[in-house]
Design a protein around this ligand. Structure first.
Ligand SMILES: [Zn+2]
Length: 209
């Protein structure tokens, strides 16, 4: 069974990572995040859907994709959404040496610099972290994890199963993961409008991290 909702003990084990975001003055904020883009058509679909609800969100982009589709990265930024670093090549922290991992993350930072777009922080690909990353968290910047994983990239999940499991778990401060990628699009295109409508109907405000 796919685990959408983060088990409650996990943030306690990794307190230096960001799992939810709470603002004392606004207790109705929810944070949609989109990983692995930008991707032609798919990122535009997401931007259009967000725009219908005047929602703001955060895109954790792969440097290689930003390099290939700089106009999409600029579209995200100019629409008022925030962007973050998701490494240059979507590297897996459990499979490459730490120095290589850092270099790949820094290569993505360089793309942000070259495009003149600010990065709000880092999301590790696959959500994978290791001890060295935690010890050197300063080098990686704020590390954004999540409290709710849609699993939109998982071809074995149906859109109705995703919405059925996820919507009821949305609460103020939730950080929710979607993907603006080819792999996720068959499900993303169905679930995103439902997530947006649900949040709107329930008084949540969608903000960028
Ligand atoms: Zn990713």
């Amino acid at each position: 069974m796919f685990i959408h909702r983060l088990p409650s003990f996990v943030p306690a084990i990794f307190p230096s990572l960001i799992w939810e975001k709470h603002q004392a003055s606004k207790d109705n904020q929810v944070y949609f995040t989109f990983d692995d883009g930008p991707s032609p058509e798919i990122t535009n679909f997401v931007l259009d859907e967000l725009d219908k609800f005047q929602a703001k969100a955060t895109f954790f982009c792969i440097g290689k994709n930003m390099r290939q589709f700089p106009e999409l990265a600029h579209s995200i930024h100019s629409a008022g959404h925030s962007l973050g670093n998701h490494t240059m090549n979507h590297v897996n922290a459990w499979k490459v040496p730490f120095h290589e991992y850092i270099e790949n993350k820094q290569a993505c930072d360089q793309v942000f610099n070259d495009l003149g777009i600010p990065s709000i922080g880092f999301r590790p690909p696959y959500g994978r972290v290791n001890l060295k990353m935690l010890k050197n968290a300063d080098e990686l910047g704020p590390i954004f994890m999540w409290s709710l994983l849609t699993g939109d990239y998982h071809s074995g999940l149906s859109a109705s199963s995703i919405t059925g499991h996820c919507l009821k778990n949305i609460q103020a401060g939730s950080i929710i993961v979607f993907h603006d990628s080819q792999k996720a699009f068959p499900r993303l295109k169905l679930i995103l409008p439902e997530f947006l409508a649900y949040c709107y109907a329930n008084g949540f405000q969608l903000s960028a991290l």
